[in-house]
Design a protein around this ligand. Structure first.
Ligand code: AMP
Ligand code: MG
Length: 349
């Protein structure tokens, strides 16, 4: 067990906060692990150029070592040192960086194999969060960072969530308050002039297409994988985001969904629902995630809601099946995996 220190840093402006950031950067430089806030979710960071640090990250998360880590840089140009960039990269960088976009590119030898899970490619992101960028700048190395949750559980959007999973497993946690978006970055693979969406996020397919033209969508974004199928993004093959009770998504008309939720509640189920649906259900076993038409609020609350399920009694969980339009696709992608692709349509029962 490591003694995990918690360092509160909100704006990074005061002398104490600067000192915290410098200590955290030194910790990264000397092979340690530091959890830090980003605008998406909290990241579990180590020196991306140190293969041993990557091993420590996999161990702390309990993550399979074939599931590669995203490397975080403090400016888009820094990616040059670690990956082969090109025209598409710079078009996207100009429009969306710094921000919640990760680009998968052909790797240079400067990135250890451990960091990239043995692949020939590397995922690069330049986060917008000022604390994250300052930490990378002070460390003087790119920071490899997956989400700071135990493998399989929902990504952490607050330092409290991080503590639940990572206490005793990392050297430091920088507490920078709640994450802005609450869902992980959009991941786009660039292969010559072909761009493929591997994970949807705040930056949508339409946003990307407005910048670079046609974007393909990997079928693993919405569909279950065939047994033994090779995937573009190794993370797609693992169960993820799941609460400790089985989750089922509920599609179909609003009336049928509400009636179905109410019935299941009587049998002891927990319901994750929209604010306006809660009034029609028993309050004890309901977790709300925002108005039905407020997708941003839902993105912000989703992972916290999935974690809350664990502290409520009940044998199983039901939630609305999101639409796959626009930003909805990001919610759909997380929920469908948390539910292991289990969906019911009460209109058809
Ligand atoms: P997380 O770090 O928890 O947000 O997960 C990072 C995601 O990025 C995982 O699903 C990885 O499989 C994916 N990823 C990282 N590097 C690559 C890469 N080189 N090629 C494809 N996917 C990647
Ligand atoms: Mg993750």
């Amino acid at each position: 067990m490591i003694n995990t220190e918690i360092l509160p840093v909100t704006a990074g402006k005061t002398e104490t906060e600067q000192l915290h950031l410098r200590r955290a950067a030194d910790c990264i430089k000397t092979g340690g692990l530091v959890v830090f806030p980003t605008e998406t979710v909290y990241g579990l960071g180590g020196n991306a150029l140190d293969g041993e640090a990557a091993k420590k990250i996999y161990a702390a998360k309990g993550r399979p070592s074939d599931n590669p880590l995203i490397i975080h840089v403090s400016t888009p140009e820094e990616a040059e040192k670690y990956a082969y960039t090109g025209e598409l990269y710079y078009k996207l960088a100009e429009r969306f960086m710094p921000g919640p976009l990760t680009l998968v590119l052909t790797a240079k030898d400067t990135v250890p194999k451990n960091t990239r899970g043995g692949l020939d490619t590397v995922a690069v992101r330049c986060p917008e969060n000022m604390i994250a960028r300052e930490l990378i700048r002070l460390a003087g190395v790119p920071i490899a960072a997956p989400s700071a949750n135990l493998s399989g559980s929902p990504s952490p959007t607050t330092a409290r969530h991080v503590l639940e999973d990572m206490s005793g497993r990392v050297d430091m946690i920088i507490d920078g308050g709640a994450a802005d978006f609450g869902l992980e970055s959009t991941i786009l693979k660039i292969d010559g002039d072909v761009a493929t969406l591997l994970r949807p996020g705040k930056i949508t397919k339409a946003d990307l297409e407005a910048c670079i033209g046609i974007v393909e969508v990997s079928h693993a974004v919405t569909e279950a994988l065939a047994p033994g199928e090779r995937v573009l993004s190794p993370g797609m093959k693992y169960r993820h985001y799941a609460p400790d009770k089985p989750l089922t998504l509920v599609g179909g008309s609003d009336e049928a969904r509400i009636a179905f939720f109410a019935e299941r509640q009587k049998e002891g189920a927990v319901i994750i629902c929209y604010d306006e649906q809660a009034a029609k259900l028993m309050p004890d076993s309901v977790i709300t995630i925002g108005a039905g038409d407020d997708l941003e609020a839902q993105g912000h609350r989703l992972f916290a809601a999935l974690r809350e399920c664990n502290s409520l009694e009940g044998k199983c969980v039901y939630a609305n099946l999101p639409s796959t339009d626009g930003f909805g696709l990001a919610l759909y992608n997380r929920l469908i995996r948390a539910a292991a692709h289990t969906v019911v349509y009460p209109d058809e029962l």
